[in-house]
Design a protein around this ligand. Structure first.
Ligand SMILES: *Cc1c(COP(=O)(O)O)cnc(C)c1O
Length: 252
């Protein structure tokens, strides 16, 4: 399928420290595709191929109102000829859809690509994988391919195992990656060379990321950093924006 016919991402030199003794590159997975960027494309790849093989015509997935995974699933489904359904946290967002879409670029883009939304309360969202909720979804939408929140499952990890190239495995001592569900990190950990260490930076509050990742790997070549410096997932502060702009300016 053409969407998944991607080349390897380029490694962009970010900085050299200690007169070139330490080199830091950034892998530009974000440039792989304009709508389905980076790790989201990797995580969807084998899931969409599986949905196709099963003869299903609809992808259903879950996310918050600002989820990159929701936007990526809408775009990938659109490109590959699937209907898409997004189960979105926040019942109130469904009360006035036009107003919601006007104020939310993520949902607006997904909607424009044909995604149908089912807005649910926070408590229903918490129970989304329970039998009673899944049964209600089956009743409402009939047959669909079920992709978990954030897109991470075994097939997603198979996709993220394709991020590192042979050259990457040769060249780098450390690989750093941000984690939401940990699926991207798990694929990198599985495919890293024996001498490489993967440093995982959790974007979420709490200390569960190690166990999340351990579900998808038997390897021990990684460390999780979960001290939460910037207030938590999807939060931003002046300090964070300054920090990001500083790193960006150094990289261009
Ligand atoms: C989704 C996302 C992540 C988290 O990926 P997981 O596989 O859920 O850990 C990290 N960085 C960016 C830029 C993302 O969009």
């Amino acid at each position: 399928m053409k969407l998944f016919n991607v080349k390897n991402a380029v490694n962009q030199r970010y900085r050299e420290f200690n007169d070139g003794a330490i080199i830091v590159d950034i892998k530009r997975e974000d440039l792989l595709h304009t709508q389905v960027s980076g790790n989201k494309l990797r995580k969807l790849k084998y899931n969409i191929l599986a949905a196709q093989r099963l003869g299903l015509d609809t992808l259903l997935t879950y996310g918050g109102a600002f989820s990159n995974h929701i936007a990526a699933t809408a775009a990938a489904g659109n490109i590959c000829g699937f209907k898409t359904i997004g189960v979105i946290r926040g019942e109130e967002l469904g009360h006035d859809l036009e107003k919601t879409l006007a104020g939310n670029k993520t949902l607006n883009a997904a909607h424009a690509l044909g995604m149908q939304f089912k807005f649910v309360s926070r408590s229903a969202y918490r129970d989304k994988y329970e039998d009673f909720f899944q049964f209600a979804l089956k009743k409402e939408f009939n047959s669909f391919y079920n992709i978990p929140e954030g897109g991470t499952n075994d097939l997603a990890v198979k996709g993220t195992e394709e991020i590192l190239t042979i050259k990457d495995k040769d060249y780098y001592d450390y690989i750093c990656v941000a984690a939401g569900t940990g699926g991207t990190a798990a694929g990198i950990i599985n495919s890293a060379a024996p001498h490489q260490k993967v440093l995982v930076f959790s974007a979420l509050k709490g200390d569960f990321m190690f166990d999340e990742i351990a579900q998808y790997t038997d390897r021990e070549n990684f460390m999780v950093f979960d001290e939460n410096r910037f207030d938590g997932y999807a939060k931003s502060s002046d300090g964070l924006i300054k920090f990001m702009n500083g790193r960006f300016r150094e990289s261009v």
